[in-house]
Design a protein around this ligand. Structure first.
Ligand SMILES: Nc1ncnc2c1ncn2[C@@H]1O[C@H](COP(=O)(O)OP(=O)(O)O)[C@@H](O)[C@H]1O
Ligand SMILES: [Mg+2]
Length: 308
């Protein structure tokens, strides 16, 4: 069998806001790798994950974590120190991808179009009207739309009662980009395809829309003009390369067609640890390219590396 009994540790869970999502990703990966003949050892990650890894001595670590510690370079640093080959991006690329303001600065530097925005202090946000509405408020380093709020007009300041839901004193405020929601997958530096997400009964692609059954519909491939489709693929590859990402990533975009066939494409972010449930976007895009879920996770295990 393909896996040949290779010992793989699957890191999942953790204690970030995206713990539940990671458990689903990790279970799906575990099942698929077992079917492919790997000796798979799931680990629900806690602060002493290094001890569990030292005992297990895996040949490869499949990182199915999302969010803080799992996606931000921390666990990648532990694995580097232990000399254990791991999937996805390295320490620096992971840290950059997780820090939205830094990643956006690098994307701008690479000539990619991103929404106009800036870091704003708690006091400014609480006072309201930090930017001409509509605008978006989001934490600098979360995922799964956790803490993302859209402010439509001056009268609907969601912070008017002085409630601060964020851990940090600064958050990102961005001009709201109307239009369509797109995502592109990158594998080994090459864009695989673009999917459109259509949200059911939610204001935007929020946590519920992402994970509630029926919360959203995916159209793969996205119905775009060939020119716009190609532009999305190029944006995704440039973003992946600019941060120095490895393995598989997912790039999130907004498309305001009224602003132009290509000029209406806005890069929101890159995810260095994209969701890996069988119904997640990256597996869906890969499947459209003839790479089924098992083949995708197998490629990731065989591509795992260290010293980067
Ligand atoms: N500037 C924006 N304009 C319009 N919608 C946005 C904007 N920023 C975020 N959103 C909405 O919020 C979602 C989550 O934002 P994103 O930047 O991708 O952060 P996360 O890491 O939480 O996924 C997006 O998929 C989109 O639906
Ligand atoms: Mg996103």
């Amino acid at each position: 069998m393909a896996g040949g009994g290779k010992r793989v540790a699957v890191l999942m869970g953790g204690w970030s806001a995206e713990r539940e999502v990671s458990l689903v990703s990790g279970e799906a990966v575990t099942r698929a790798l077992r079917e492919r003949g790997y000796d798979v050892n799931p680990i629900d990650v806690g602060p002493h994950v290094g001890v569990a890894l030292a005992e297990l001595q895996p040949e490869v670590v499949f990182n199915a974590l999302h969010g803080r510690f799992g996606e931000d370079g921390c666990i990648q640093g532990v694995l580097e120190m232990m000399g254990l080959p791991y999937t996805h991006s390295g320490v620096l690329a992971s840290a950059l991808a997780m820090d939205k303001p830094l990643a956006l600065a690098l994307f701008r530097d690479a000539g990619l179009r991103v929404a106009k925005g800036r870091l704003a202090h708690r006091d400014e946000i609480l006072a309201g009207a930090v930017m001409e509405p509509p605008y978006v408020v989001k934490p600098t380093n979360e995922g799964s739309s956790v803490g993302v709020i859209i402010v439509h007009d001056r009268d609907d300041n969601p912070f008017a009662r002085g409630e601060w839901q964020y851990r940090d004193s600064h958050v990102l405020v961005e001009q709201y980009i109307p239009g369509r929601e797109l995502a592109a997958a990158v594998m080994n530096g090459r864009a695989l395809g673009v999917v459109e997400i259509k949200v059911n009964g939610a204001e935007f692609y929020d946590y519920q829309a992402k994970y509630r059954p029926g919360g959203s519909m995916h159209e793969m491939p996205a119905r775009l003009s060939p020119v716009a489709y190609k532009a999305c693929m190029e944006i995704a590859e440039t973003a992946h390369r600019r941060l120095g990402c490895r393995g598989v990533t997912r790039v999130d975009l907004r498309y305001d067609e009224a602003a132009g066939e290509v000029d209406g494409l806005y890069l929101l972010e890159i995810n260095s640890q994209p969701g890996m449930t069988p119904t997640s976007l990256v597996p869906e895009i890969a499947a459209h390219n003839g790479i089924n879920f098992g083949a995708l996770v197998e490629w990731m295990v065989e591509d795992a590396g260290c010293r980067r």
